[in-house]
Write a new protein. Sequence first.
Length: 525
Amino acid sequence: MSRRRVLVVHTRMPAFDRDSGSQDIDNTVQFLLRAGWQVTFLAREEQAEERHARRLRQMGVATHSGFGAAERIMRSGGFDLALIAFWEPAAELVPLIRKVSPETRIIVNSMDIHFLRNARGAFGQRTALGGAFGTDATRELNTYNAADAVIAVSDKERDLLADFLGAGRVFTLPLAEDIQRSPHPLGQRRGMYFVGNFRHVPNREAVEYLCAEVLPLLDPELLERHPLTVLGNWLDQVTLDIDPATPGVRQVGWVPSVQPYIEQSRLAVVPLLHGAGVKRKVIQSMMAGTPVVTTPVGAEGLGLVQAEHALIAADAADFASGITRLLTEDDLWLRLAKSGADHVDQRHAIDVVERQFGDIVDEVMARRGRSVADGDERPARFTGVDDEGLRHVIRRRIQMIGRPGEIVLVASGGDEDLVDVGSHPAWPFPQGREGGWAGYDPVDGFAAVNHLEAQRVRGARYFVVPKTAFSWRYRYPELFEHLESQYQRSHSDEHLAIYDLAGDAVQVAQLDPTPAARVRVIGTY
């Protein structure tokens, strides 16, 4: 059988040692290679940095530079999938891909939601949004809508985009990291550091704010013992608004590896005031066991608990206090170093994210592409299990496990074939008032649990999760924690999982299983 082919697109060859976005796309390429895909890489830039292009070729990846080659590549490639980083390159390529290769599935990795970041930046500077913002936001959302699926870096951004695009088309994929614990004990640590790509305006603003408003609040002797080191790409290309007389600040710029600074510093400072997405610099520091002082923007999307995983500061005085505490309180430092590392390991370790990425790709490839039937987003019948498809597998498994007449719930995604299991009545999950599929997936894990229990009260005995819904484990962790803790998993393989719902009633929020009216929330303020 021939290998599946994928085109990966980024603004440039992945300079994994210079910016977080490149590191993310580099991880994506390696995930695809390990999964057996044949990978072709296209950079938007015309002149690629040769050392990064050469590294990809050594990995077996065909490389191309400049979108002028895109149509030729698509016509000769026979690609099953195109994975595009950032909406702006996608806006250029999606129409071409739909025209030249309509069967190709398209996933856009948002990296972060640009219109969210831009709005926050404008409002933070007390600037009104103008027509250019509206134009760009419209183009960004239209581009996401034209794709088969969109990847977001956090549940918060996934839910925001899902309000626009509809549930089931946006997936959370956390940033992946493989940072080892620092071998340096607390007694050998000194100083603090900030790292960022200084092409990115919020990083410049963060350092200027730190030097102008936070550092002057520190004890000068403490700052002398623990100076600030500023690291990052393009620092030599910008002029920061920093008083040259500011004590305790070393502007180093780009370094081949930030690992020695992460391992030997006493703490990391991430004083971001505006932005979106998830901050890799926070993950890296915490994974190495180096505590972090940051802002709510820097902590966003990471599920951090104040004073348990990191110190999160609301203003300059709070930030200075957090720095002082981590420079002087050893017990606090040790506690945050351990709990912070444990926290990010569970969500951002390479193997964890790679499994999630594989599930997302499998689900997207199992669906009918948007180009095949314009506007029809129902999943296609899954035909990759065996000659008769996933329906046959579900039917056989249910017939082997349950007794005729017992009611089965199926996370069908609207595919009517998946709820045809022969001898057993089957209900789609979630089920609408009229008995068919509700028309949308659960809004969150808690809603899914409530709906499950309502259906169980009505007589449902089994809950079936087919392969096409395996990503629900990451979208609705509360549902699967509930299933695993309250019920027995009767069957699990690469095609489906089946839970036996027999047992005592569970105390959850009570819902009328047959409501008189149905309310659907399609947006939030």
